[in-house]
Write a protein that binds this ligand. Structure first.
Ligand code: DNO
Ligand code: MN
Length: 342
C-alpha cells in the first residue's frame, strides 16, 4: 500500500516539507481548489500542482476530489454539459499522469458533523456527530457552515435546491449516479483513470436529503450496474464504519479488485447514529483497524491509502480534522500494521 497524505495546496498550514518527514510517506492527495464545481480543470493548473508536489520528492497519486455538479446529482436536463466537462477534466488529469480520482455523490452537503472540536478524555479534541443535535440544525439558517461544505450557495438557492430534492427518492438518486457513471466510465477506461467514489459521511440521510453510497448492498449494486474495473470505490473506514450496522469486511469482499483508494480513520460509537472520531488505535475507537487492513491486504489491495481525519493534539489549531500531528501518528501506526502484513 502506498502511504499518502492529504494536502490542501499552498494555503494549507501543513507544508509539503513537513509531510515529507513522516516515515515512509510517498503520496500526496490534493486537488485544484480554485475552479468552480463543474468547470473543466485546465491542464496547466494540474501540471503546476504536480510539479510542486514532485519538487518535494513526493508523488501526486490521488486527486480528491473532482466535485460532481449538483445538476448531475439531481438529474437535471443540463447535466450532460456538466458530464462533458467532467470527462474533459479526467482527460487532463490523465495527461498529467494522474491515475486515481476520488469523488462523492452526496446531495448538497459533503461530510457533516455537529461539533468540530469536541473534547476527548486525553485533552485533545476531534470531530463529533450527534444525531439528536443534527436533527435540530437548520441548514437554511445560514449560520451553519462546515469545512467540507460548498459556501457558494446563497440561502435562497440552497432552499430551492433542497426543495427540489424532496421529489428525488434514493432509487432515483442511484439512477442519477448510474447515468453519470455510464457516461464517464468509458472515458476513464480510455484514459486509464480509476474512479473511486467516497461513501456518504455519515452514511445515512441528513436534513431530509437522499443518500445512496451508504452500505454494502448499494455498493454492490452500483459496481454491478457499471461493471468496469475503472468504476471503483474509496473504502473509507470511518464513513462506512460510522454505522455499526455496516459490515465493513463484507464491503471489502464485495468490492474486491474495485477498491482504488483507502481512507483509514477510527470512530467511537457514542449512541445510535452518533460517534466521535478518535486516534487510529484499535484501543481507542470502535473499529478494528488491524483486521480491516488485513482484510484489504488479503483482498489484494496495494493502492494509495491515507490517514483520514486526525484529532487536534499538542495545542494545534487549524483546519478541523486536518492537523499535522495526529494524522502523522496515524500514518506511522498504519504503516506499522502494513509492514507486519507484508
Ligand atoms: C472529509 C473527506 C471528504 C471527502 C469527500 C470526497 O474530510 O473525507 O470531504 O474528501 O467527500 O469526495
Ligand atoms: Mn473519508
Amino acid at each position: 500500500m502506498e502511504m499518502s497524505f492529504r494536502w490542501y495546496g499552498e494555503d494549507d498550514p501543513v507544508t509539503l516539507e513537513q509531510i515529507r518527514q513522516i516515515p515512509d510517506m510517498r503520496g500526496i492527495v490534493s486537488a485544484v481548489y480554485d475552479i468552480p464545481a463543474g468547470e473543466v480543470w485546465p491542464l496547466e493548473k494540474i501540471e503546476k500542482l504536480k510539479q510542486t508536489v514532485e519538487a518535494h520528492d513526493l508523488k501526486l497519486n490521488v486527486i480528491e476530489s473532482v466535485p460532481v455538479h449538483e445538476d448531475i446529482k439531481m438529474g437535471a436536463p443540463s447535466r450532460d454539459g456538466w458530464i462533458e466537462n467532467y470527462k474533459e477534466t479526467l482527460r487532463n488529469l490523465s495527461r498529467a499522469g494522474i491515475r486515481t480520482v476520488c469523488y462523492n455523490f452526496m446531495p448538497v452537503f459533503d461530510w457533516t458533523r455537529s461539533e468540530l472540536g469536541a473534547p476527548l478524555p486525553d485533552g485533545s479534541n476531534s470531530l463529533k456527530y450527534d444525531e439528536e443535535t443534527v436533527q435540530h440544525l437548520d441548514p437554511l439558517s445560514g449560520e451553519l457552515t462546515l469545512p467540507g461544505w460548498d459556501l457558494s450557495y446563497q440561502t435562497d438557492d440552497l432552499r430551492k435546491i433542497m426543495d427540489a430534492y424532496q421529489s428525488i427518492s434514493e432509487e432515483q438518486l442511484m439512477e442519477n449516479l448510474i447515468y453519470f457513471l455510464e457516461q464517464v466510465v468509458p472515458t476513464a477506461e480510455e484514459e486509464g483513470v480509476l474512479l473511486a467514489i467516497h461513501p456518504d459521511d455519515p452514511p445515512w440521510s441528513i436534513f431530509g436529503l437522499p443518500r445512496v453510497v451508504t452500505n454494502k448492498e448499494n455498493v454492490e449494486y452500483m459496481l454491478r450496474r457499471v461493471d468496469s474495473p475503472n468504476n471503483g470505490i474509496t473504502f473509507c473506514t470511518g464513513s462506512y464504519g460510522a454505522d455499526p450496522e455496516n459490515d465493513l469486511s463484507g464491503i471489502i469482499e464485495a468490492a474486491k479488485g474495485r477498491i482504488h483508494f483507502v481512507h483509514a480513520r477510527n470512530v467511537k460509537w457514542t449512541g445510535s447514529r452518533s460517534f466521535q472520531e478518535t486516534s487510529h488505535s484499535i484501543k481507542e475507537g470502535s473499529l478494528d483497524m488491524t483486521a480491516l487492513l488485513q482484510k484489504l491486504h488479503e483482498a489484494g489491495f496495494s493502492g494509495p491509502i491515507r490517514p483520514d481525519h486526525g484529532r487536534m493534539i499538542w495545542g494545534e489549531t487549524g483546519r478541523p480534522g486536518y492537523g499535522l500531528y495526529d494524522r502523522a501518528l496515524g500514518a506511522a501506526y498504519l504503516n506499522g500494521i502494513i509492514d507486519t502484513l507484508q
